[in-house]
Design a protein around this ligand. Structure first.
Ligand SMILES: Cc1cc2nc3c(=O)[nH]c(=O)nc-3n(C[C@H](O)[C@H](O)[C@H](O)COP(=O)(O)OP(=O)(O)OC[C@H]3O[C@@H](n4cnc5c(N)ncnc54)[C@H](O)[C@@H]3O)c2cc1C
Length: 494
């Protein structure tokens, strides 16, 4: 897809209110249309839904919203497990503005429209002998959705994906499209690298990429005691390979450590045959989780079965970087994930373990990952934590499955988890469940005042804000929050 034309600001301002309303009605969805996130934990019925296909369409929508003082929010494919992408006002679904614009093999950059799915970016890079430096567990999200939430993967030498943005173009509340980079509108650029959708609508992105690479992954099953035998050996396990992550099943006392090393492009790809027990377990998992919902006492048995059939296997495989980074995330689930400074992560793991070994309500596995610190104002991996400057962060994620999309109890365990993480200067992943208050965010992010200043500068009427931002960044549970929660969005969990 070629770079699209941008409407000149003076032309936009000349359009009458009636003409504007008429023109944007062409890409408006039906009023009864309901949106649901991937995990089916949130449902939204905003006042209006738009699906533009050009940058000019998007400018018209934002101009109309600004004139009407209605809140408007970009949405990707709503894979966020929270209401971050919702609005009680207008939602602009950006997956219609998608496609790779160009690839520069020399400079190793790719330019894409903001609604492009990661998997399409991966594919376009692959045919050009290039690859993303890092990916999270899936490639089903839009690139802008990943940037707005500082989506991360796992590797001691790797930052979150936003750090690999070279430059971007963004539509701000005035209707203007601004090119941003570390030298052009640098403050807006920084805020947009983890914007939570609040700085404007990202239209296109230039990403720095790498030469295509394969990965050889070695999975080692070990006991939690061996894994945490000493702080130095624990740290070494994260240092020995460029990409490392761990799946932890506290009730079994087991950790499955996955260390991935770069392999030559011509290395033969090798995928071991899944054991029959593993296939059978995956098939039975959902019914067993449903039984556990009524009989929590079977939790240890279920964890041990999962360890024996799936996670407790030593394995090796070689594949493309995308196939190793990505995985099958399986069943619908509630998710919370927090970053903890690496300097405090070891103690944090030990305290979590004390709680989790006997906790029947928690599901498996807990995912443990690592990323390099950054200087993005609202990134949970921002290097400034209180008076300390951190170099790395450990990410720890907890899940609660929703077998057959049934309601399950998750708030109590998530709350206990969060309280432990808070003791170790934890900060929540913005896309996932959290109870972080504006006061807490203010204490943990020294960049929050700067972030708010940038929002006010580019969006004086706050049209890009939403109830999520109100709740976590601006005010304690106010009227908007209650209205939104009860009437616009319903969390099915309890
Ligand atoms: C199964 C699964 C696995 C995941 N794995 C990981 C992982 O490994 N690591 C990790 O860090 N996260 C992970 N996530 C979280 C996911 O990466 C984020 O929720 C991401 O934001 C989803 O992208 P999206 O396109 O669905 O965005 P949405 O959920 O639709 O939106 C997220 C935010 O992006 C904003 N946004 C979207 N498009 C634009 C735009 N064009 N301009 C401005 N703002 C925009 C929205 O306003 C919102 O604030 C996972 C989620 C799921 C469901």
């Amino acid at each position: 897809m070629a770079m699209q034309e941008i409407m000149v600001l003076s032309d936009l301002k000349k359009i009458s209110d009636e003409q504007l309303e008429h023109r944007i009605s062409a890409f408006q969805g039906t009023p009864t249309h309901k949106l649901q996130n991937w995990a089916r934990t949130f449902e939204a019925t905003p006042e209006r839904i738009y699906t533009p296909h050009t940058i000019a369409d998007t400018q018209l929508i934002v101009e109309a919203a600004r004139r009407a003082r209605v809140r408007v929010r970009a949405m990707g494919v709503w894979h966020s497990p929270s209401d971050l992408a919702c609005s009680e006002g207008w939602i602009v679904i950006m997956s219609g503005i998608a496609g790779v614009i160009s690839i520069d093999k020399e400079d190793r950059t790719i330019t894409t429209h903001s609604g492009t799915l990661l998997r399409d970016i991966n594919q376009a890079l692959d045919v050009n002998n290039l690859a993303m430096p890092i990916l999270g567990s899936i490639s089903d999200q839009t690139i802008a959705g990943c940037l707005a939430t500082a989506t991360h993967g796992s590797g001691i030498d790797h930052h979150c994906m936003s750090s690999y943005v070279h430059s971007l173009s963004i539509l701000v509340a005035s209707g203007e499209v601004l090119e941003c980079s570390r030298t052009l509108h640098p403050h807006l650029f920084n805020a947009t690298l983890c914007s939570l959708g609040a700085t404007g609508i990202i239209l296109s992105v230039v990403l720095s990429v790498e030469e295509k690479f394969n990965l050889h992954q070695v999975t080692t099953a070990m006991s939690f005691d061996e894994y945490t035998s000493s702080p130095s050996s624990w740290l070494d396990r994260w240092r020995t390979a460029p990409y490392v992550k761990a799946f932890w099943l506290p009730q079994t006392g087991g950790v499955s450590l996955m260390q991935s090393y770069k392999a030559a492009q011509n290395t033969e790809k090798y995928q071991p045959q899944a054991p029959v027990s593993s296939t059978l377990f995956s098939f039975l998992l959902q019914p067993l989780l449903l039984v556990k919902r009524y009989v929590p006492a079977i939790a240890p048995l279920l964890s041990h079965l999962a360890w024996r059939c799936v996670f407790g296997q030593h394995q090796q495989r070689t594949d493309t970087s995308c196939n190793i980074f990505n995985m099958d995330c399986g069943l619908l689930q509630y998710t919370t994930e927090w970053s903890v400074p690496l300097s405090q992560a070891y103690e944090c793991m030990l305290e979590l373990n004390e709680w989790l070994v006997d906790e029947n309500d928690v599901d498996f596995p807990l995912e443990v990952r690592i990323s390099k610190a950054d200087d993005i104002l609202l990134s949970p991996a921002n290097k400034h934590v209180g008076n300390q400057v951190e170099t790395h962060f450990m990410w720890i994620g907890l899940i609660k499955y929703k077998p057959f999309n049934c309601r399950v109890r998750y708030r109590r365990i998530f709350r206990t988890f969060e309280d432990i993480l808070r003791k170790y200067n934890g900060r929540a992943h913005w896309a996932k469940h959290s109870t972080q208050t504006p006061q807490e965010v203010g204490e943990k992010y020294s960049g929050l005042p700067k972030f708010m200043e940038i929002i006010h500068k580019y969006d004086e009427h706050g049209i890009f804000l939403n109830p999520f931002i109100d709740r976590h960044l601006i005010c304690e549970k106010g009227d908007t929050y209650r209205h939104f929660k009860t009437h616009q969005v319903e969390a099915f969990g309890f």
